[in-house]
Design a protein around this ligand. Structure first.
Ligand code: SF4
Length: 275
């Protein structure tokens, strides 16, 4: 198989996102990561939920599943458990992952199934035109919060770390090279990998622009990514956001722990053992 290019991995139709949407760099980063890692597109599945960014599987020439709101993680989990040869990516927004699918997110982080969860975090519900999401900041005026958000925002990285995630990273869609490296590292990690991507929604959350995030993100110089306390300290920073791999350790994956047959074809025997 010849080395794939980003164009090889592009579908015939083009995304319908607003001009300048932070989803475009994420799409390019995923295609670059697949190409640079030399993955066979026939063995890659991208699963999404509902949201602007969730049309993602339509724009990549791999297998894909555009499922229902908040449910891409369970579907991705089932795919990986049914066929461990697959590279399984979830691409879903902050509302989908941290709101409607929060329960699935939490349990995916503790289960350590070998899937990558890429969150298009634009701090707003974009598809439904601008309601507060679980990561919208206190006081933010949106269509659903005309007097300002009164709930403290969720800190997804801190939640993932405390739930037992083995790979937790943050990227910014205004830094394509770094974002691509984070996607590649997440895919290569053996276990569950979260990449929270700070992504501008230029139409319904213009305050969180590329410039806004450029001025509030940084790459930590010295950081021990195996130190969970150091990772939590970075995750809990409020005035600025550290980019990069905050935490990565190796632990047995869910499939390592499950008494499943190692060889394909033994499923019938396994089923029989339950009856
Ligand atoms: Fe992107 Fe926001 Fe437009 Fe949706 S509404 S496509 S998130 S810029």
């Amino acid at each position: 198989m010849h080395e794939l290019s980003v164009e090889d991995l592009s579908s015939e139709t083009r995304p319908t996102w607003c001009g300048g949407c932070g989803n475009y760099p994420i799409l390019i980063a995923v295609k670059k990561a697949i190409a640079q890692l030399g993955l066979d597109p026939d063995k890659v599945v991208i699963v999404s939920g509902i949201g602007c960014g969730s049309s993602f599987p339509h724009w990549v020439r791999t297998y894909g599943f555009h499922t229902i709101h908040g449910r891409p993680i369970p579907l991705a989990s089932a795919l990986k458990m049914a066929n461990r040869e697959l590279t399984v990516l979830v691409t879903a927004g902050d509302g989908d992952t941290y709101g409607i699918g929060a329960n699935h997110f939490l349990h995916a982080m503790r289960r350590n199934l070998d899937i990558t969860v890429l969150v298009q975090n634009n701090n707003i519900y974009g598809l439904t035109e601008g309601q507060a999401s679980p990561t919208s900041e206190l006081g933010k005026v949106t269509k659903s919060t005309p007097y300002g958000v009164v709930e403290a925002p969720l800190n997804p990285l801190a939640v993932a770390l405390s739930a037992g995630a083995t790979f937790v990273a943050r990227a910014f869609s205004g830094n394509l090279q770094h974002l691509t490296e984070m996607v590649k590292a997440a895919i290569q990690h053996r276990g569950v990998a979260l990449v929270d991507v700070l992504q501008p929604c230029v139409t319904f959350n213009p305050a969180y622009s590329y410039e806004f995030w450029r001025n509030r993100t940084y790459l930590p110089g010295q950081h021990d990514a195996q130190d969970i306390h150091a990772a939590l300290r970075l995750a809990l920073e409020e005035d600025r956001r550290a980019l990069g791999v905050l935490y990565q350790v190796q632990k047995p994956t869910l499939l390592d722990m499950m008494p499943l047959p190692k060889e394909p074809g033994n499923l019938s025997r396994l089923m029989e053992s339950f009856v």
